[in-house]
Design a protein around this ligand. Sequence first.
Ligand code: FAD
Length: 297
Amino acid sequence: MFIRDLFSIKSPVISFEIFPPKKEYPIEVVYDTIEGLEELNPDFISVTYGAGGSSKDRTIEIASKIKNEYKIEALAHLTCYTSTRAETESILKELKINNVNNILALRGDPPAHGFEYKKDYEYAKDLIKHIKEFGDFSIGAACYPEGHIECDSLDKDIENLKQKVSCGVDFLITQLFFDNEKFYNYRDKLIKKGIDIPIMAGIMPVLNKNQIKKMVYLSGSSLPKKFIRIIDKYEYQPEALKEAGIIYAAEQIIDLLSWGVEGIHLYTMNKPDVANRIIGGISKIRCAVTEEKECII
Ligand code: FAD
């Protein structure tokens, strides 16, 4: 199934993001993660491509397994900054052979050391054009409610996003954010600019202080005062901080659902137990309202 078709039959669409294990770990470790997430009946699972130092080589293999063995729709992330068109084409062919029809098309970040810019692509939109020329995929792209970290202003970033979307993007997934008001204001701005494709809210539960520092550094996401108070209060009590992080993410999602969000994309960090606490818990609220026996949000 194409993910673009999901939004007309399901609201909200629920997805999980996982990352491939590093090369030194056996690939099987990720199967436990997928099995844990499978129980939550997601609409799709996405697999990152080289993000945070994870392996690029395993994205296709894992996406294929999700689609063909677990029978869950798969979204393969793909970056282009350091790739040639020939390398991209060979990946696109492999994805098609494996029946993986959905791609999150990204520019990617330059690697820290020994970076060789191959100049075949400058921005994600160049990759999106290439995928459209190549064949029929449902294409997602990234967007940034607080602006991309390299861009001078949110308005300029939205102008760039508009160009990207016009190249053939079906849906957007946001960078993580901790303040829902930022997302709501952003959504309004996009509508005013004529960007009205579905947007999935990217939510990351914060489980420890180092993770918060790293994520804020990488994403530029701002921390609301109430969030900072929680971190300050539980900084030296890791279990309490983890619980507070789970509850904070769940509250964010409940608020997004009551607002009428089109999709929730949970950055699971390969922790199905945490996804279960958040999505499983929220699902119970929905079940209580609808009185359906089996329902996930
Ligand atoms: P682009 O859309 O190309 O934008 C990059 C920058 O260029 C922005 O500042 C934008 O404003 C600017 N820009 C765009 N077009 C123009 C133009 N025409 N003129 C001037 N400036 C322009 N990274 C990975 O390596 N692997 C992953 O799996 C991965 N998954 C991700 C999933 C999500 C949901 C998100 C939000 C991010 C993910 N990333 C991943 C990170 C992403 O690669 C980085 O944020 C990267 O810096 C930007 O990628 P992009 O596709 O948004 O780039």
